[in-house]
Design a protein around this ligand. Structure first.
Ligand code: SF4
Length: 299
């Protein structure tokens, strides 16, 4: 972890004026990575979204990411592109950033972009997705699978198998490759592709698109009388504590105008005043946030 008093100059050196915004938040167009499958049968610690409520907020009341988050995302994008570039040089028949679009009904289209589609011997195809991770999110081993990551690649594979390749090619397996941003360690996990499972994940995904679409259309049509009742249900997961919308989510409101965001220092001071103890920080997070992030103790 870097501790410095230097001002963050990310915008100056990294903000690319030619960046293409891939996610334009158009109601009726939903990206596979923002919708995923439903995992509310699992414990929140066992999955990492996506949460339809969080995606809803991104469409109707997006918050600007801070410079540190932008830098973090940007570093991931840089590594991602470089890994794809090198992969294609080594496997010249592979296709990188394979674009996908599929209508779900007359109002809704699903979109996505597959990192790598690699054509193997015997008419088999590998579908691969790169994920950048940190020291803390890197898988501990082969069986420490992040189900959400495999959902995404499974949905892509189901779209490819059933609506692009048909009987001409068989998707045999899926890979998720993890690029650790902290120490450059790279690892991979693999899974067999089974089309029936792919189709059931695709159905789950399609239903979630329809559900979110219903909430967004209701919100758009009654935008002036909105009081939060158009929100999809919460889908708690292990990264809720870092969610940009956690304050609005907790209060069931849309838009954060009425909610002050307390700084790290302010949260620490409130905690210390009430408890007489100093908060223990792990990076930018402290348990004190849970109780004091809104400026008062949440019982
Ligand atoms: S705090 Fe959790 S449940 Fe609420 S919107 Fe964010 S991710 Fe969803």
């Amino acid at each position: 972890m870097i501790r410095t008093t230097l001002e963050n100059k990310w915008d100056k050196y990294w903000k690319d004026p030619n960046t293409v915004v891939w996610h334009k938040n158009i109601i009726g167009v939903y990206h596979v990575s923002a919708i995923g499958c439903d995992h509310q049968h699992l414990e929140p610690e066992d999955h990492s979204g996506p949460c339809l409520r969080q995606t809803f907020y991104q469409y109707v009341a997006p918050v600007e990411k801070n410079l540190k988050s932008k830098g973090n995302l940007n570093q991931g994008t840089v590594m991602h592109k470089e890994a794809e570039r090198i992969y294609q040089i080594k496997r010249s028949y592979s296709i990188i950033e394979f674009p996908l679009a599929k209508s779900i009904n007359k109002d809704i289209a699903a979109t996505g972009s597959v990192d790598v589609v690699d054509f193997l011997d015997n008419n088999e195809v590998l579908v691969l997705d790169f994920k950048t991770s940190s020291e803390w999110t890197f898988p501990k081993g082969k069986n420490d699978r992040q189900i959400t990551h495999f959902d995404q690649v499974y949905i892509y594979a189901a779209l490819l198998q059933n609506f692009v390749f048909g009987n001409t090619k068989r998707i045999s397996h899926l890979k998720v490759v993890y690029l650790n941003k902290h120490d450059q360690f790279t690892g991979e996990q693999e899974m067999e592709y089974v089309n029936n499972i792919g189709l059931s994940k695709l159905l789950d995904f399609s239903n979630r698109c329809k559900k979110l679409h219903g909430h967004l259309v209701d919100y758009r049509n009654k935008i002036y009388s909105c009081n939060g009742s158009y929100l999809p249900n919460r889908e708690p997961m292990k990264w809720c504590k870092y969610c940009d919308y956690k304050n609005c989510c907790r209060e069931n409101v849309i838009g954060g105008e009425a909610l002050k965001t307390y700084t790290k220092g302010e949260v620490g001071a409130l905690y210390a005043k009430e408890t007489g103890k100093s908060p223990i920080w792990r990076g930018n997070y402290t348990k004190a946030y849970k109780d004091f992030e809104k400026g008062y103790k949440v019982e």
